[in-house]
Structures are given as C-alpha cells and as structure tokens.
Design a protein around this ligand. Structure first.
Ligand code: CP
Ligand code: NVA
Length: 306
C-alpha cells in the first residue's frame, strides 16, 4: 500500500480523524463565505477520473481545487482505458509522476484499491459500487450543521441497500448514532460491511413505518444505481413501499431533516412534496460536497497545516 493519505472508504477512519476533517470543513466553509482565500493547495493538480457520469462530484472537486488555489484535470476512461488499454499498475505509476492526487469514480472497489497500491500520490474514492465515502462524510457535515449530535441521533435509510448505505454503516461504526436500514428482502447492504458493524447500533427493519419512527435524519437514494440500469423495471416493482412520502415522513421526529445524495428520481424514491418540503435540506447537502471535500483535499494533498 502507498504511504500517501488515501480516502478510499470511511471504514479506514476513526472518529478522531473524521472530527478533525469535519472541523476543517467548517473552517474552510466559513472562510469561503467571508471571502477569505485559503490557498492551501497552491500549485497542486488533482486528476479526476470518471468511469461513471457525475454532476456534483465532478464540479465540487473541480471548484474545490480552484478555491484552494490548485487546479483539477478531468479525465475520462475513454482516454485512459483503465485496466484495458493499460494496466492499473502502470496508470498509477505514470499518473503519480504528473499529478498531486487522483479522485476516481468507478465500478469495483478493488480497482480503487489497486490504483492506491500503485500510486505514490493520494487516491480519493469518488464512488464505487460498494461505497461513496465522500458523500457520506459531507452528509455528516450537513447533519452536524443542522444541530444534531452524531452520537445521539437515529438515522433511517429507506430503499436500496447500495453504496450510500454501506458508507452510512461505516460512519455508524465510527460514531455512535443509531442507523436503521429499511428495504425489501434481497436488496440488503453489503454482508461484510454489516458483519463489521456487529455490536454497533445498526439494524435492518423491513417495515418502513416502524423504521422511520422517531428518526432525526431520513435518507433515501435511487432504487437503481449506476451500472444497474438493466434491472430498473424490476426494481420499480419492488421498492414503492419504501418511497419517502409525506405520510411516511410524519412518523419521523417532527424536527427531522430529509437528505438525498442526488440525483433524485422524483415520484419514485421521493415525492416532490417531500423533496421541496420544509424538512428537506437536499440542496444545502449538495453544496456541502464542496466544503467537505475541500477538507479531504487539504488533508490528503498535504495542505492541512499539521
Ligand atoms: N451525489 C453524487 O455523487 O452526485 P453525482 O453522481 O452527480 O456526482
Ligand atoms: N447509489 C447511487 C449514488 C449516486 C450518487 C449510484 O451509485 O448510482
């Protein structure tokens, strides 16, 4: 494994480091709001490698690097052909000679790990089929900003047991919040991730009504993740009982916030009424990708000031 500061999955991090990064994110957000420059990464270049589409991840990393005085380079797999035109081993070695860090979004977590192994620069995971650690880290920032104590709340996730859920379970292992996943049988979170969470306040509750009761954070995501498009029709038949709608939301804590990593499929996993309702903070959440990831970048690329 390389010695660099990789951000591959939240299960690699203890709460002390996550707290430090969350505090740094708040500092950087505050500075940006006050128009105070924070050129911690002046002259540094981040490569952005995408094997799947993106709006938020691409733009927030690109703008984040700019706000920190650095630069980002967008690279598509059509050029690189990771593992096809060239081995991950060689790509990692070559990119390490040009760049100061790489953010990669791809399918298999093993590809990200292999890239990290063969790179001497930090690798940041911008989503795999298994996890989405940057998103959940930034969601912890949004949760904290809304006045919630990460050791005292109940977080409920309705829908598919996908990469978002796995990273939320990893976060529940670092903090002490209760995490309840509610989805249909056959669509549970990753078994190894669940096994690691044994003894933590993590559970599966099939009834969405029971699961959401008293929750302070209510989360949902697409029923069909990138790469699963062929299953979309089948999934549309299974997931409707887990739709986040006003009737279900009434059972949560009245002060609950609604989160969605986006993109949303309005009328499927979430209704317009909830998405645009007073409890929804989904666009603040999207903005926090920028501020949270600036903290990850500053930490990983060496401008963290430690
Ligand atoms: N939430 C998120 O990662 O969005 P994108 O897929 O648009 O990057
Ligand atoms: N679960 C979704 C998240 C998108 C940000 C996907 O993987 O497509």
């Amino acid at each position: 494994m390389s010695e660099s500061r990789d951000f591959l999955t939240l299960s690699d991090f203890d709460r002390k480091t996550l707290d430090l990064l969350l505090d740094l994110a708040t500092t950087l957000k505050d500075a940006w709001r006050k128009g105070r420059p924070e050129p911690r990464l002046a002259g540094k270049v981040l490569g952005l490698m995408f094997m799947k589409p993106s709006l938020r991840t691409r733009i927030s990393f690109e703008v984040g690097m700019r706000q920190l005085g650095g630069h980002a380079l967008y690279i598509t797999d059509q050029e690189v052909g990771l593992g096809k035109r060239e081995s991950i081993h060689d790509v990692g070695n070559v990119m390490s000679r040009f760049l100061d860090g790489i953010m990669i979004r791809t399918f298999a977590q093993s590809q990200v790990e292999e890239l990290a192994q063969h790179s001497s620069i930090p690798i940041i995971n911008g989503l795999t089929d298994l996890v989405h650690p940057c998103q959940v880290f930034c969601d912890l920032l949004t949760t904290r900003e809304n006045g919630f104590d990460l050791d005292a709340i109940k977080v409920v996730y309705l829908g598919d047991g996908n990469n978002m859920v796995n990273s939320w379970i990893d976060a529940a292992c670092a903090y002490n919040f209760e995490f309840v996943f509610s989805g249909p049988e056959g669509y549970d979170p990753d078994a190894a991730t669940l096994a690691r969470a044994k003894g933590r306040r993590v559970s599966i509750v099939r009834s969405p009504e029971e699961a959401i009761r008293g929750a302070q954070v209510v989360y949902t995501d697409t029923w069909t993740s990138m790469g699963q498009e062929a299953e979309a029709e089948k999934r549309r038949k299974v997931f409707p009982p887990y739709q986040l709608n006003a009737k279900l939301l009434k059972l949560a804590d009245p002060k609950a916030i609604v989160l969605h990593c986006l993109p949303a499929h309005r009328g499927e996993e979430i209704t317009d009424e909830v998405m645009d309702g007073p409890q929804s903070v989904v666009f603040d959440q999207a903005e926090n990708r920028l501020h949270g990831q600036k903290a990850i970048l500053a930490w990983a690329l060496g401008g963290h000031g430690e």
